[in-house]
Structure formats: structure tokens, C-alpha cells
Design a protein around this ligand. Structure first.
Ligand code: BGC
Length: 271
């Protein structure tokens, strides 16, 4: 198994990348951040990722590359677009990046990457049991980790709750900002959200990530839950560390070309 990998984290405003030592979870190159191209169209983002990887000096050409993205990623295809350009829906994103980069990559959901990173190097390191990671940002991302194994593509930000169709639109961090909610007002919404997740999953631990997790003292103590809830430890690097680890551990949602052909040919009724 490779102990070095490149991780790329594609977000709404920035694309971050670095090479990572997977034994220690530390960055072995400078972390480079480029602006996400306006409009967030696939070709422009691919071009930015190619240029970012080109800027990471001194990395062997066969180093595994993991890329994470804020959408459902099934077998290398982006299958949703809650907060990104709709042209990503149904796109063979992994292949698109591979053609542009001339090498294999592993393409995964951003919250899955962050959760996996926390289980490898952060708040859930060496912890057994059921861990639910949530990221509070523009959207609400989620990852389910059981005994260190990632169950991909949980989209728990979009649950219907409290009369709302999609609770991400009530409780994400951007909503707090846009509506000018106090910590207390926002925590009241988070209370409903985490109580619901608790009743559905009975997890052993909640981890809360996203940029706002650095202010965890302002809102986590306001929550009253049976489950322990802790801030993420890896902060800004969680996505790229997780993408890099998933690439090296071969744990993406990639399937063989043969299986992919069958999936591509299947009619919606078969799937
Ligand atoms: C998306 C998820 C993503 C999360 C965080 C949600 O709107 O549906 O796939 O993980 O935002 O970026």
C-alpha cells in the first residue's frame, strides 16, 4: 500500500491540494489553493485541478491521486448538484479528470473524504463503532464510518424535518450567516437536526466539521444529546487528507470497466 498520495479538495470558492504522508497524516508539500472558476463548470474545474497538481513539486508521477467534490459520487459519476452547477449531474467525472491528467484517480464525495480522514488521523482515530461525521458549510455533508469502514454517499443533510423538505436549507452554516442567526438560534435548529440523526442511527459519536467547527465552543455546548459530539480535528485539511487516503487505500466507489459498462447500459428500471 502506498504511503504517499495527493489529495485535492474541490469546494465552491477554492480548490486545495497537497501531497500527504499517509503514515502520519501530514502534508509533504506546500498546500496550494486556487480559486474555483466562476460558474463551477466541469471543464474549468478540471483545468484548475490539472494546473494545481502541476504546481506540486517533487511528487512521483505514480503517486495515487484522490479528489473530493461536494456531490454524490457513484462509481466515478457525479449524481447530484445541491450547491454546484447542474451540469455535474450524471457526469463521468472520474474519467474526465483521468483523461485530463493522464493517470488514474479516485473521485469521492467531500464529506466522505473528511469523515474518512477523521477516522484515520483525527477525532475518530482508533475508535470502533458507528461514527457520524457532519460538515456544516454551504451545505450539510455527512459520512458514516463503522469500525473504520466508510459507507459512502450518505446524504443526511437533505433529510426532511420539522415541516421542511430539505433541512440543509435550515441548518447549514451559510443559513446561519444569511439569516443572521445567533449561536443560540442556530443551535436550536442543530438540536432538532442531531436529535433526528440520533434517533435514526444511534451513533457512538458525532463529529462536526466545516470551517465553523473552529468556533465549536459557541454552539456545541448548547446541544443536549445522548451521543457524544466533538469538533473535527483536521479542519481545513480534512477533505484533501481523506481523498488522498481513500485513493491510496483503494477505497473509492470505483468499479471495474466491465461492471461500469453494465451499469451504463442498464435502463433506469433495472437499477
Ligand atoms: C451535498 C453533499 C455534500 C455537502 C457538503 C450537500 O449539499 O449534497 O454531497 O457533501 O453538501 O459539501
Amino acid at each position: 500500500m502506498s504511503t504517499a498520495a495527493i489529495g485535492i479538495d474541490i469546494g465552491g470558492t477554492g480548490i486545495k491540494g497537497a501531497a500527504v504522508d499517509l503514515d502520519t497524516g501530514t502534508l509533504t508539500t506546500e498546500r496550494i489553493k486556487l480559486n474555483t472558476p466562476k460558474g463551477g463548470k466541469p471543464d474549468a474545474i478540471v483545468e484548475t485541478v490539472v494546473s494545481l497538481i502541476g504546481k506540486l513539486g517533487g511528487v512521483a508521477a505514480d503517486t495515487p491521486v484522490g479528489v473530493c467534490f461536494p456531490a454524490v459520487v457513484q462509481h466515478g459519476h457525479t449524481m447530484s448538484a445541491a450547491n454546484v452547477d447542474k451540469s455535474w449531474i450524471g457526469l463521468a467525472a472520474e474519467k474526465l479528470f483521468e483523461s485530463a491528467l493522464g493517470r488514474d484517480i479516485t473521485f469521492v464525495n467531500d464529506a466522505d473524504a473528511a469523515g474518512y480522514a477523521e477516522s484515520q488521523f483525527g477525532a475518530a482515530k482508533d475508535r470502533k463503532g458507528l461514527i457520524l461525521m457532519t460538515t456544516l458549510g454551504t451545505g450539510i455533508g455527512s459520512a458514516i464510518i463503522y469500525n473504520g469502514v466508510l459507507v459512502p454517499n450518505a446524504e443526511l443533510g437533505h433529510i426532511a424535518l420539522d415541516g421542511y423538505e430539505d433541512y440543509e436549507k435550515q441548518a447549514s452554516f451559510i443559513v446561519k450567516e444569511n439569516e443572521g442567526l445567533s449561536w443560540k438560534q442556530w443551535a436550536a435548529r442543530l438540536q432538532k437536526y442531531y436529535s433526528k440523526l440520533e434517533s435514526l442511527f444511534t451513533p457512538d459519536l458525532f463529529i462536526v466539521g466545516g470551517g465553523v467547527s473552529k468556533h465549536h465552543k459557541d454552539f456545541l455546548p448548547l446541544l443536549d444529546l445522548k451521543t457524544k459530539i466533538v469538533p473535527a480535528e483536521l479542519r481545513n485539511n480534512a477533505g484533501l487528507l481523506g481523498a488522498a487516503s481513500l485513493a491510496a487505500h483503494g477505497a473509492g466507489t470505483r468499479v471495474t470497466d466491465e461492471a461500469q459498462d453494465l451499469i451504463d447500459k442498464a435502463s433506469p428500471a433495472d437499477s
